[in-house]
Design a protein around this ligand. Structure first.
Ligand SMILES: Nc1ncnc2c1ncn2[C@@H]1O[C@H](COP(=O)(O)OP(=O)(O)OP(=O)(O)O)[C@@H](O)[C@H]1O
Length: 298
């Protein structure tokens, strides 16, 4: 693993499926020759696209849940897939890269106290050597997301809101101190009033814990607000990439303009985000600058 290597590199990555069944169906590329680089310094990289554009397939390849049909993905200069000798082993991979999924209610069983997930993550990933260490680690990561072990102890998923559960998912993902979190539509099932607090939490984690995020979303508004880099995905391809202000203030592709226009009330959402940002009065300079760039604010 080299210190100078980018965190993640995708080179000409494709994933082919068959439409109409695995054998007789017609092959099509869900992800088509995608390349991008995530630099070593912590940041939020968003991939934005409509349903079916290939975002989840791409995320699942980064999470090693799906094999690419072609191309190469490297993490800190080492192969994620294939059988080569430089392939990162499973334990190391799971310490470096953690997922957050869309539906927090599906991420946990209804029959286990929720703290068991955090403790078993710490023990399975060998970042805690005893139950006491696992509890201490769980408490520390829960505190970093605004909760504590005391608050969740002995409780089951039905005793939490979607927003609280998603915070617990984030705490679980932070247990091994990962370098990268892949968050696939992490706020789309969270109550609208809590969405921004989760999005703000991601930014806080980038700054305070040095974790990068790949943020997968159909919601241009939160991507614009949160990201350092945005890539727009359409029909399996990344069609434009850059800083959020560049992409949304000067979109170069008709599809990006259509995506902006297709989101109902996107202008109001941006003003609403700016209002929420002011209410939170975050000391984080990235957020101050994000709110400055929101249309309708100065
Ligand atoms: N296992 C699979 N077998 C066959 N086709 C698949 C499979 N997984 C995804 N697809 C197809 O690949 C395309 C991209 O799907 P994907 O889920 O990656 O898109 P997405 O942008 O994440 O959309 P959504 O937000 O609706 O999940 C879709 O046409 C989907 O039907």
């Amino acid at each position: 693993m080299t210190d100078t290597a980018p965190l993640l590199e995708m080179r000409n990555v494709s994933r082919t499926y068959r439409k109409g069944g695995p054998f007789a169906g017609v092959p099509f590329k869900a992800v088509d020759e995608v390349s991008f680089t995530l630099p070593a310094h912590p940041q939020v990289f968003s991939i934005v696209g409509e349903s079916g554009s290939g975002k989840t397939t791409l995320a699942r390849m980064v999470l090693r849940l799906v094999e690419p049909s072609a191309g190469e993905i490297t993490l800190l200069g080492r192969a994620l897939h294939g059988k080569g000798r430089d392939r990162i082993d499973n334990l190391e991979f799971r310490r470096l890269v953690q997922p957050i999924f869309q539906n927090p209610f599906e991420a946990f069983s209804a029959y286990l106290p929720i703290e068991d997930y955090l403790k078993s993550t710490a023990l399975n990933l060998k970042v805690a050597g005893s139950n006491a260490e696992a509890e201490a680690l769980a408490d520390r990561t829960l505190r970093s997301v605004g909760l504590s072990l005391e608050r969740i102890k002995g409780k089951y998923i039905r005793q939490f809101s979607g927003g609280e559960l998603q915070r617990i998912s984030v705490a679980r993902a932070l247990i091994p101190r990962p370098r990268l979190i892949v968050a696939d539509e992490p706020v789309s099932m969270v109550d609208a009033s809590l969405r921004m607090s989760i999005v703000n939490l991601f930014r806080q984690i980038v700054v305070e814990q040095g974790v990068s995020f790949i943020y997968i979303t159909h919601d241009l508004s939160t991507a614009y607000y949160l990201s350092d880099q945005v890539s727009i995905m359409n029909a399996g391809r990344i069609i434009e990439s850059g800083a959020p202000t560049k992409i949304l203030d000067h979109p170069s592709q008709d599809y990006t303009r259509e995506l902006m226009a297709a989101i109902p009330g996107v202008d109001e959402r941006w003003s609403e985000l700016a209002d929420i940002d002011r209410q939170y009065a975050h000391p984080n300079p990235r957020q101050e600058s994000a709110s400055k760039h929101l249309p309708g604010t100065i």
